[in-house]
Design a protein around this ligand. Structure first.
Ligand SMILES: [Zn+2]
Length: 310
């Protein structure tokens, strides 16, 4: 499929005025080379109504939204597309409260659930790992912030990896970890960074032992007394990313982020950060929809845990 996407809100309104138009767009994103039956991989189908397809070979009935974040939604796709536009077209995204208000959704919970489903589409399956020289360090997010008052109830430990790109930053990855132990930090490095890369850390001992795993380990150790700003001079990229992340959580989301869902916010931040040089915001909209039709559906229940009655 050509990378065809709306470039302005006016184009968005014109292109996606009806659910049928939204569905046609999803069909082209999901099956760029034509329909493929999810059961038998048959290539021919009858078009049934509402974006459903009946396979000519095995008669299996599927729809363009089955198995995606849009599965079983009772709301119009036109609204979903606008929600996705809101969070991709704005530099800092959008909070659930603002999506609810702008789209006129009755319930905050719907807006909140949508944003979480959309965040799940922000991580492309089998995305490429970081490589080259990669600064890696941990930071605390949340808890009491002396400058800003209390926000995000609990403190969470977040590991951040940032590619060095000259004096600038390349791509990033981040994730919460239960503790800054060797086991968790090594696993983070292995999941985020290609073997053969240089892992640049401070002197924290839990990073020792990366060489046998195939990495080159560069440690920059601080000698003499601890000074508060020294860490940000040693690993400036990670610390720049950490401060942008905290500002975003506090600004856009006003700290209304619970610890158990923090990883999804990290995914959203990463999605946007790694595409910050993209010339068109519409391209982010396109990418997100493209990934959205490849993602397993998630229900509100599975997001908040089985015991919730919400
Ligand atoms: Zn089939």
């Amino acid at each position: 499929m050509n990378e065809d996407y709306p470039k302005t809100i006016l184009e968005l309104e014109q292109w996606f005025a009806t659910d049928e138009a939204c569905r046609d767009y999803l069909v082209r994103l999901r099956w760029p080379d034509g329909f493929a039956c999810p059961r038998c991989d048959g290539r021919e189908a009858w078009n049934a109504s509402r974006g459903r397809f009946v396979c000519r070979t095995c008669r299996h009935q599927s729809s363009v939204t089955a198995g995606t974040i849009f599965q079983d939604t009772r709301k119009p796709l036109t609204l979903w597309f606008r929600a996705i536009w809101l969070i991709t077209s704005q530099k800092n995204g959008a909070s659930a409260a603002s999506v609810q208000q702008i789209l006129g959704l009755k319930s905050y919970q719907t807006a909140w659930t949508w944003l979480h489903k959309i965040r799940r589409a922000m991580v492309r399956p089998n995305r490429e790992k970081l490589r080259g020289v990669v600064e890696t360090d941990e930071t605390f997010v949340g808890g009491e912030d002396p400058k800003d008052g209390t926000w995000i109830e609990q403190k969470s430990l977040v590991v951040i990896a940032a590619e060095e790109d000259g004096s600038g930053i390349g791509r990033i990855r981040m994730a919460t970890v239960p503790a800054a132990t060797r086991k968790h930090l090594h696993r983070f490095v292995q999941e985020t960074t290609e073997v053969g890369s240089v892992i640049h850390t401070d002197g924290w001992r839990a990073y020792e032992g990366l060489e046998p795993l195939g990495y080159i380990h560069r440690r920059t150790v601080l000698l003499g007394q601890k000074d508060k700003n020294a860490a940000s001079r040693l690993l400036p990229r990670v610390h720049r990313v950490a401060s942008l992340l905290k500002r975003w959580l506090l600004g856009t989301h006003q700290g209304a982020v619970s610890t158990e869902h923090l990883d999804y916010y990290l995914d959203e931040f990463t999605f946007r950060f790694n595409r910050r040089a993209s010339r068109s915001r519409g391209k982010l909209f396109f990418r997100l929809l493209q990934q959205a039709v490849q993602v397993e559906p998630t229900t509100y229940r599975s997001m908040v845990g089985r015991n919730s009655n919400a």
